[in-house]
Design a binder for this molecule. Structure first.
Ligand SMILES: Cc1cc2nc3c(=O)[nH]c(=O)nc-3n(C[C@H](O)[C@H](O)[C@H](O)COP(=O)(O)OP(=O)(O)OC[C@H]3O[C@@H](n4cnc5c(N)ncnc54)[C@H](O)[C@@H]3O)c2cc1C
Length: 373
């Protein structure tokens, strides 16, 4: 049962780690989860989700909670500078009765998952990390002075993963892709039925709904050098970039930006760890091994799917070695596809490339994500 795993440690309480903890605990593994942030915070931007994410929410049993806090919509609208609809991309529906697209505020999704983690009976320790890991024996020493031994250790500590640094000192460094993203929370524009994007010569702006009353606005900016931007300049800089889009909706949203718009600026980087993603009793999942730029809005989906597939393979295989091999076989290509296709979309945007190729890659990737995992 569970490839001989009866006790597991999950390091990192983000979307990936929480999902792994929920499914493992549910199938009979006693899970400890340690999260370095004592307040278990998530920063306050919106996150876009698609039909494949809703399929996964169905497996986790959180669709009703999601529908109370988030938003759903159908398709992606690409608009011209004056808001005219130029192209409508369908988004596959994978859960009967639910559209194929949506969005939610990150803290709201994190709360839904954290509630589920606790409801399943996972033992959660906040403000705690590891100091050493012995991958072969599964022995872990923690920052609170305690130590323990596990049959399985899941490294889900994100993009700057300390588990990756400890076990893969030669791992490739994250690569800055030459683009940054601005995000803000805005009142939901009634005239936009679904996620909407405006393709400028090099800039891309977009709006996605995250609740009945709120949307999040995003704008990607080409920037050859990864430079610091002073938060005191955020409002003026974002307004100036939005001014390059004459769309009446964007003009109105720009005018309303202020101190309470939760503006966030983030240079975009990606990283794909070559196989193997496992060492002894340790497996890495989520951004710790495949950090993508947000162009397909599927990074969180990939990390959450990792957790589900890991649990499925543990349930199906007699040994950890076989479960790890099967897990990696099912995950590597799918995650690589998301990281590489998202990187290509960034390149097209940065160079002012072919919008038809951009739309084709988006459509193909959405189609691939809809396939069974
Ligand atoms: C600008 C931007 C926009 C994005 N938009 C989308 C989107 O719209 N849709 C989508 O699906 N994806 C999106 N993504 C990707 C998505 O945010 C990530 O893929 C996802 O959050 C990864 O989850 P994770 O749990 O693997 O890592 P993280 O979210 O980074 O979580 C890691 C957790 O581990 C904790 N931790 C860190 N170090 C330690 C340690 N040493 N010990 C214990 N705990 C530790 C952290 O505090 C954190 O809670 C976006 C990414 C970016 C950069």
């Amino acid at each position: 049962m569970n490839a001989g795993v009866s006790r597991a440690l999950v390091i990192g309480g983000g979307f990936s780690g929480m999902t792994a903890a929920i499914v493992l605990q549910r199938q009979g593994v006693a899970v400890d989860l340690v999260e370095i942030d004592k307040d278990w915070r998530t920063y306050g931007a919106g996150i876009s989700l698609n039909g494949a994410t809703f399929r996964l929410f169905g497996q986790l049993g959180i669709i009703d909670a999601y529908l109370k806090a988030g938003a759903t919509c159908d398709g992606v609208h690409m608009r011209g500078p004056q808001d005219q609809l130029v192209f409508e991309m369908p988004t596959p529906t994978l859960v009967p009765g639910l559209p194929g697209n949506g969005g939610i505020m990150r803290p709201a999704l994190a709360r839904i998952l954290a509630d589920k983690v606790r409801a399943e009976g996972v033992s959660v320790r906040l403000g705690v990390s590891f100091t050493t890991i012995d991958a072969d024996s599964g022995r872990v020493a923690f920052t609170d002075g305690s130590a323990d031994e596990y049959d399985l250790i899941v490294g889900a500590d994100g993009f700057a993963s300390s588990v990756r640094k400890a076990l893969y000192p030669d791992a490739p460094k994250p690569r800055y892709v030459g683009q940054a993203v601005w995000r803000a929370v805005v009142p939901r524009p009634a005239e936009l039925p679904t996620i909407t994007m405006w393709m400028g010569p090099k800039l891309k702006a977009g709006v996605n709904h995250v609740s009945d009353t709120q949307s999040y606005l995003f704008l990607t900016e080409d920037k050859p050098v990864n430079e610091h931007v002073d938060p005191a300049q955020f409002i003026d800089r974002l307004k100036a970039l939005l001014a390059r889009f004459p769309s009446p909706v964007l003009t109105r949203l720009a005018a309303g930006l202020g101190a309470d718009s939760q503006i966030n600026y983030r240079p975009l980087e990606n990283m794909m760890l070559p196989r193997p993603w496992t060492r002894g009793k340790v497996v890495l999942i989520g951004d710790a091994v495949h950090a993508t730029t947000p162009h397909m809005a599927a990074g969180a989906l990939m990390g959450m799917e990792d957790g589900v597939v890991l649990a499925e393979e543990l349930a199906a295989r007699p040994t950890l070695t076989e479960a790890f091999a099967a897990f990696e076989e099912r995950r590597f290509e799918r995650c690589r596809m998301v990281v590489e296709n998202s990187g290509r979309l960034a390149e097209i945007e940065i160079t002012g490339g072919d919008h038809a190729e951009h739309a084709r890659i988006m459509g193909q990737t959405l189609g691939a994500l809809a396939q069974p995992i």
